[in-house]
Design a protein around this ligand. Structure first.
Ligand SMILES: *Cc1c(COP(=O)(O)O)cnc(C)c1O
Length: 397
């Protein structure tokens, strides 16, 4: 009889040999565009703190004031005694911000996605997901017990084929801005398709909220989609908002259903109230400071054009002549490398030149599409983008 789990060393070795071994970097500085790694300064091009709010003085000060007032821990789950005035106020502000009846806070986006799908779907229902959806959406769909169909990326025709065969409650689920590609779901068509097929549409706009739309309302603001067009909106607070947590926004019935039935809402400790207060401060900045979005777009566009000119395999290329046109751009601008080992080697080279860019490998992205996931922050400068392009050009040769 072999001992339990004796295969672990071999499995770890296989992961390493495939160039897929994951390890953590220890960061010794607040989040920002300048990080200290192993005593060495580098410019951070892989954070999701797109607007530069994770260490914003007003956000930090709101957090500190709230800790003095409420302490650190929330004490329990929301339904026992952990739901504070801070959580409640933030929920109301998020509902107003997204133009939905109500919003409900979750401790993480991963839990929000799993909670919603498990609460709404069961055997006899059907869920349809874009192939490139975030892992938490795929897990949520699988765990729900509903029939699970993946459709080709952003391919509404392919979705419709599946949709027409389905029975029971039908839920279409998509990233808004795709987390590893930085492109956009065709939300208007998806919404029309959902309505025609008597399905609901759920959009996870983790990477669009704060970044896209005149007031940072994300892709739904940009496409002007209301609660009837997109009945379920999921947003995270750890990315553009710079804090932590997540929320679901939608109708009163949806939110009440989640409070009754979403296990990842019911059976977990509420966020610390100070995190909610910090997020309230961050939400004010998100709404008011449009310059952060403008700057972010300018930087990402500069990179899209420059990388294309260097012949790098940009996922979302942009022609220099379109620079001042009315297109949208996300903060995520990956360069496809293909081979996992090569992506890691280039990422290591970039770090030696002082740039932190993460190599994203399978199974996070499809096989053969390992990439450098370059992300921008409103706090970067144009000259840093140019220097990154320079370093990329050298490293990718
Ligand atoms: C980051 C992310 C999540 C998970 O959110 P957390 O709050 O980090 O758990 C969910 N969906 C997408 C698209 C994401 O990028």
């Amino acid at each position: 009889m072999t001992a339990a789990f004796s295969q672990l060393p071999d499995k770890l070795k296989a992961i390493a040999e495939a160039g897929l071994y994951r390890s953590r970097r220890v960061i010794d500085a607040p989040q920002g565009i300048n990080l200290l790694i192993d005593g060495k300064n580098c410019v951070n091009f892989c954070s999701n703190d797109y607007l530069g709010l994770a260490n914003h003085p007003e956000v930090v000060s709101a957090f500190k004031t709230a800790v003095d007032r409420y302490g650190v821990g929330s004490g329990s789950a929301h339904l026992i005694c952990g739901h504070s005035t801070s959580h409640h106020a933030l929920e109301e502000e998020l509902a107003a911000f997204t133009g939905r009846d109500r919003a409900l806070l979750f401790s993480t986006g991963y839990m929000a996605n799993i909670g919603v799908m498990s609460a709404l779907l069961g055997r006899g229902d059907a869920v349809f997901e874009d192939r490139l959806n975030h892992a938490s959406l795929l897990d949520g769909g699988l765990m729900s017990g509903a029939r699970f169909k993946r459709y080709a990326h952003a391919d509404v025709e392919n979705l419709t084929v599946h949709l027409n065969k389905a029975t029971g409650n039908k839920l279409i689920v998509t990233d808004g801005v795709f987390s590893m590609d930085g492109d956009f779901a065709p939300l208007q068509v998806l919404s029309d398709t959902a309505k025609a097929g008597a399905a609901w549409l759920m959009v996870d706009d983790a990477h669009g909220l704060g970044v896209i739309g005149e007031h940072g309302g994300g892709l739904l603001e940009y496409y002007r989609l209301n609660q009837e067009d997109v009945p379920i909106l999921m947003g995270t607070l750890g990315k553009g908002f710079g804090t932590f947590g997540a929320f679901i926004a939608g109708s009163d019935e949806l939110i009440e259903t989640l409070i009754q039935k979403a296990r990842t809402y019911i059976y977990t400790t509420a966020l610390p109230p100070a995190v909610a207060e910090a997020t309230r401060a961050s939400l004010k900045i998100v709404i008011a400071e449009n310059w952060r979005r403008d700057k972010l777009k300018k930087l990402a566009d500069r990179f899209r054009v420059g990388a294309g000119q260097l012949g790098l395999d940009v996922v979302n290329p942009l022609d220099a002549t379109s620079l001042n046109s009315n297109h949208i751009t996300s903060a995520i601008q990956p360069i496809i490398i293909g081979d996992s080992q090569r992506a890691v080697a280039i990422s290591n080279d970039l770090l030696k030149s002082g740039f932190l860019v993460s190599a994203i490998r399978p199974p996070t992205v499809p096989k053969g599409s390992a990439r450098l996931r370059v992300t921008f922050s409103a706090l970067h400068e144009e000259c840093q983008v140019d220097r990154l392009l320079d370093a990329l050009n050298k490293a990718a040769r």
